[in-house]
Design a protein around this ligand. Structure first.
Ligand SMILES: Cc1cc2nc3c(=O)[nH]c(=O)nc-3n(C[C@H](O)[C@H](O)[C@H](O)COP(=O)(O)O)c2cc1C
Length: 165
């Protein structure tokens, strides 16, 4: 099962989540806002991949989403639950070159969340034209190609693990 969490206000994060979901045909995919996603919900489901979606607002990566991931991690660790894979995406309006520090911050947040065993190495960055959107031209294609790469990454890692057993 794949769980995609977002913190969308204007729907762009939801659009990214929906496009990513399409990259996992045959999987049970849930898309929820983090406010509707208590840690117990993640813990009580057989989640194989968590896709953590957040947004840059007021010059920072949403504090709310950061807190949410830390809380989920704490709950999972406390209950001895691990999730094999995590990947992240960020929606933002500013030029991505000016936000590389923020994207690293999201990556570090996921690395620090010890309940997740493997971290997809690149944060998917999704620029919007205005605060309300839409996504900039070309972003949807990037989301789809990244979704497929994430699927391939999981698949190859699973094969590697099987070969080691
Ligand atoms: C109050 C507010 C502050 C924002 N500040 C920033 C900012 O500092 N840098 C930036 O790149 N985007 C900023 N944005 C744009 C958001 O990143 C953009 O609205 C969001 O990613 C779109 O996703 P959503 O439709 O899922 O909410 C801001 C948006 C809002 C509403």
């Amino acid at each position: 099962m794949i769980w995609i969490v977002h913190n969308s206000i204007h729907g762009n994060g939801i659009r990214v989540a929906e496009l990513l979901a399409e990259c996992f045909p045959g999987f049970d995919v849930q898309i929820t806002h983090h406010r509707d996603t208590p840690p117990e919900l993640i813990a009580d489901n057989p989640v194989e991949l968590l896709i953590f979606g957040t947004a840059v607002r007021k010059f920072v990566v949403s504090w709310e989403s950061q807190r949410w991931l830390r809380k989920v991690n704490k709950y999972l660790v406390k209950n001895n639950i691990t999730i094999p894979y995590i990947a992240g995406f960020v929606t933002h309006m500013r030029d991505p070159h000016k936000l590389s520090g923020k994207f690293h911050q999201v990556q570090k947040l996921m690395i620090d969340a010890r309940a997740f065993e493997n971290i997809y190495p690149q944060v998917l960055t999704c620029q919007v034209e205005e605060i309300e959107g839409p996504l900039k031209p070309g972003v949807e294609q990037t989301v789809i190609s990244t979704g497929k790469k994430i699927r391939q990454w999981m698949y190859e890692y699973d094969l590697l693990l099987e070969s080691l057993i």
